[in-house]
Design a protein around this ligand. Sequence first.
Ligand code: NAD
Length: 483
Amino acid sequence: MQDIPAVMIIFGGSGDLAHRKLYPALFNLYEQGLLHAHFAVIATARRPWSHAFLQEQVADAIHEVNPEVDEEHLTAFASHFYYQSHDVTKVDHYVTLKNLAAKLDQKYHAQGNHVFYMAMAPRFFGTIATHINDQRLTSTGFNRIVVEKPFGRSLETAEELNRQITACFEESQIFRIDHYLGKEMIQNILPLRFANPLMRQAWNHEQIANIQVTLAERLGVEARGGYYETAGALRDMVQNHIFQIVTLLAMPEPTDPSANAVHQAKQTLLASLQLPTPEQVSQHFIRGQYAASDRTFAYRNEPNVAPDSTTETYVAGQIKFTAGPLAEVPIYFRTGKALKEKMSRVDVVFKPVKSFYGEATANYLTIEFDPKNCLTLSLNGKQIKGPGLRQEQFTYALSDYETSIVPDGYERLLHDVFVNNSVNFTHWAELKRYWEFIDAIESAWQAENATGEPAIAQYPPYHYGPHSSRKIFATTDMKWIYG
Ligand code: NAD
């Protein structure tokens, strides 16, 4: 692998994301030689840490995920880390940062290449982008910026943030990260659809009855009630992760696997995204909040949550496109907190056929990507004794060994940033469509909230969410495949 020269500046270097994800990912890229002699990382945050203390923190982060690590390699890796105490709102701090980056660029022969990573609370993204521009932090080599989620909280705020970032960076230099796009089974969706004749032939509106996407979490909001009150399940999960998955499931085949071709195919699909009317929102979307259990609070009683909060911890709904391979096929989704178990999966439900061999059930294909990586195909087969059909399931799961070598999503995506491959990042044109859809639902909900009687189901925690979620289906005989 190449030794890519670069100075990386992480805004939020003392935070959870940097500690749990970015430092271990960078270490693995270092071990693979992608980054080696010519890189330096500047971690910034408000605390007054020293370089040595940051290096200890980086070493701790690696030990937590890899206790058997080669200590010599780790010490050498950590020596590339520098700390800069920095308040993102103070202009003069950017000048200090710029000088340190220039010094490290010289020391490591980084060829003027800069990667900026916004690993902070999203309310700071715009301020950071503005100061990177004002203080000319970009350098003479490549300049790339990685932006964490959420990218705005409505189309309007996303547009404003995009304006601030594009003042300094071109679209091709902006990497809007969604770590779901780094997951093994998500990256497997396009090869599964397009490298198998069986799937290619069947993946269309003639054969597929509906698709169901479930992103369920066992945990409630924990200590993040304050943040969650400003987001809700729709903005937190649907606007990014669910839409990315749905786009991969419904897009036409790209002309080749390049980032340009894949984004082109996604945008062709998204041009036909149906935006729901307020009537459709009330018919096809369900929102809910988790109630209390013996040992846990109801959402409305969590710390920093308003007792009359209308923020949803659960949402189920449908997405439809008017064109593409799945034109008019309902794609149902649901996501929520305090549900039965952590489970991320897609169920593709095929149309059933009439058979004189017996009562044939609908075939379905399940793609599970969290906590397991597996595919299950259900088919009809004959009963061993007597007449009729039975449903048989074929499961392909990654072995323990295969699972152990799957890189973490952040490692994959950081790798892609360094090699300049944006195939698994969100293009502005896509993000814009996602927000248009989310805004349509939010505005219908706000109108409903204003009546004083919003329909927000209180669901018992640690089950499958509100019973009313079934009302989103087109017909009463339909049900969720999972749960
Ligand atoms: P965090 O609260 O743990 O860390 C925030 C960082 O920002 C800290 O280093 C803090 O010191 C710094 N900071 C706060 N105010 C500052 C200021 N005024 N000036 C300078 N530094 C300041 O947050 P996190 O969990 O690491 O999340 C960071 C971003 O990553 C968020 O956008 C989040 O949505 C996203 N994200 C996090 C995770 C995760 O697993 N933690 C996963 C996906 C996405």
